[in-house]
Design a binder for this molecule. Structure first.
Ligand SMILES: CC(=O)SCCNC(=O)CCNC(=O)[C@H](O)C(C)(C)COP(=O)(O)OP(=O)(O)OC[C@H]1O[C@@H](n2cnc3c(N)ncnc32)[C@H](O)[C@@H]1OP(=O)(O)O
Ligand SMILES: [Zn+2]
Length: 172
């Protein structure tokens, strides 16, 4: 039995099925490894644990055959909206997302993003979701645009190696 609709539960794309579920403490070491092999932006273990403790309902992993192959970690902030005009709002911040190289282009990244966005909106009451992404990171930018994010502005020299970021955001 398989289905594609929705953001959680079993998904199957061209016979390669995956499951998106809430992250647990036991997942943190695996998530740290995935982050280290996929992205130059790495964080100490306490940072991952803090996000799980505070905003765990918006921290998901994807599994294939019982193996964790991707994650999305988020946080909730209170501040000025990036898109709408007006007063302070709750904003969901997608801090980091990655899928292991051999598991890409089967919808896992999109399913992780949808799960996080839905939780930020429905469980945390966020009115906007935003993130930063390297201006050269076309796969990620395309994924975000497909989900409805827009490029709001460039953050010059955002990364340690001097690359600029796009701040991308979407109203919820
Ligand atoms: C806030 C941040 O964390 S920014 C950093 C983001 N993370 C990274 O860059 C880590 C390295 N990259 C990755 O882990 C992955 O490439 C991700 C997370 C960006 C995308 O994960 P995937 O599981 O491959 O995405 P998914 O299969 O759901 O793709 C959804 C759509 O995004 C777009 N997309 C994804 N990858 C690509 C690509 N390489 N080229 C063009 N479009 C792409 C496509 O529109 C795709 O839909 P399609 O396959 O039907 O054409
Ligand atoms: Zn960020």
């Amino acid at each position: 039995m398989e289905h594609i609709a929705g953001t959680r539960g079993p998904h199957s794309v061209k016979g390669k099925s995956f499951v998106v579920r809430r992250a647990t403490l036991e997942d943190i070491p695996k998530v740290i490894v995935i982050n280290r092999v996929t992205l130059p932006e790495n964080y100490p273990e306490w940072f991952w644990r803090e996000h799980l403790e505070k905003w765990g309902d918006a921290f998901f992993v994807a599994e294939v055959d019982g193996k964790v192959v991707g994650y999305v970690m988020s946080r909730v902030e209170y501040g000025a909206p990036n898109i709408a005009k007006g007063t302070l709002i709750k904003k969901g911040h997608i801090v980091s997302i990655a899928v292991l190289e051999g598991y890409r282009r089967r919808g896992i990244g999109a399913a992780l993003m949808k799960a996080a966005i839905e939780a930020l909106r429905d469980k945390y009451g966020c009115k906007e979701v935003y993130l930063e992404v390297r201006v050269s990171n076309e796969p990620a930018i395309r994924l975000y645009e497909k989900l409805g994010f827009q490029k709001v502005r460039v953050l010059p020299m955002y990364y340690l190696d001097g690359e600029d970021a796009y701040l991308m955001a979407m109203e919820l």
